[in-house]
Design a protein around this ligand. Sequence first.
Ligand SMILES: *Cc1c(COP(=O)(O)O)cnc(C)c1O
Length: 382
Amino acid sequence: MRENFLIFGSPLIGEPEIAEVVDCLRSGWVGTGPKVQRFETMVSQYLGVAHCRCVSSCTAALIIGLQLLGVGPGDEVLVPAMTFVASANAVEHAGATPVLVDSVPGTGLIDFELAEAAITPRTRAIMPVHLAGRPVDMERLARLRDEHGLKVIEDAAHAIGAEWRGRRIGALGNLTAFSFYVTKNISTIEGGALVTEDAEIAAEVERLALHGLSLGAWQRFSDTGFRHYEVVRPGFKYNMTDVQAALGLHQLPQLDGWIEDRARLWDRYDALLADLPLETPPAPEPGTRHARHLYQVLLDPDAPLGRDELLDRLIERRIGTGVHYRGVHLHPYYRDRYGFQPADFPVATAISDRTLSLPLSPKVSEADQDDLVSALRDLLAR
Ligand SMILES: *Cc1c(COP(=O)(O)O)cnc(C)c1O
């Protein structure tokens, strides 16, 4: 039995992050300021995109992004059924209708054929999700966008560092939202970003994230002379603080190495789990870089234990795993509001019932993996 509980998705935070946070606290500038600006520049350079604006979460980025795309009441937005509910919730907050789309078996990514079939005269936008860090087919997405005049906002909460044909996700011409939540590939504890090629959209993101004010805090409270701000539209309170950005400044430079660590653990899981009654994730598509955010297995329908029982048994053995996800259509709010049945999204429903995410992060050791694999071997023995 393990001595310590293996926490799923625990972030790796080093001394440089801690020192930068302390520096921030001692400086007196703890709100939105120079460290956020430095982090935004660092993110946009890393991605190869013109503009990045940091906000308080990916959810905030999605809500602001939809508003800037002009999505509102009466509009429909195509969203995968197999995603975290934040994607669909953002559409609800915009006053629009999320139209759920089933997954492709195997990868669980949005099925673009079904997405195209779901387009109506009200369809305004599509929100693809790079599930687990696996990029969606960006060429197919661009075709769908251009042929049907759709707006696109990519939910790249899992996908910082993912690439499509040599370009990073976020740099392919669409508004793209990232998450720096605790469990994501890099973390500012809470935080997110919206990236774009459009300078005016970037300026609007900044305004909308801070009440709709015409001047940021950095401009209002610095020593350049007093200026009044003006409000031209009611904004939100979605700004990132320098304390958060302090973490990001030292996390981002480690991202590529961490993705390599994750890829090594990934290959090791593939080898160790090969003869168990479960499906391991499909290999990354040629010409892409998978950000290796989640290692999701699908329990065989005839495995000796159901998924939920397996989760419990693993917790008894002091191993934390995750479920990504129970589909949006299965949550009471969406089920009741739109009358969804599990059978409406058969692939997403099957994933919801059978998926299990195994610990995968630079903090996970081979010994941790071995503990998990031997527990699975025990529990799933026929
Ligand atoms: C985590 C996550 C979000 C929300 O990110 P926050 O930064 O926590 O708001 C949105 N979409 C997906 C797919 C996620 O996994």
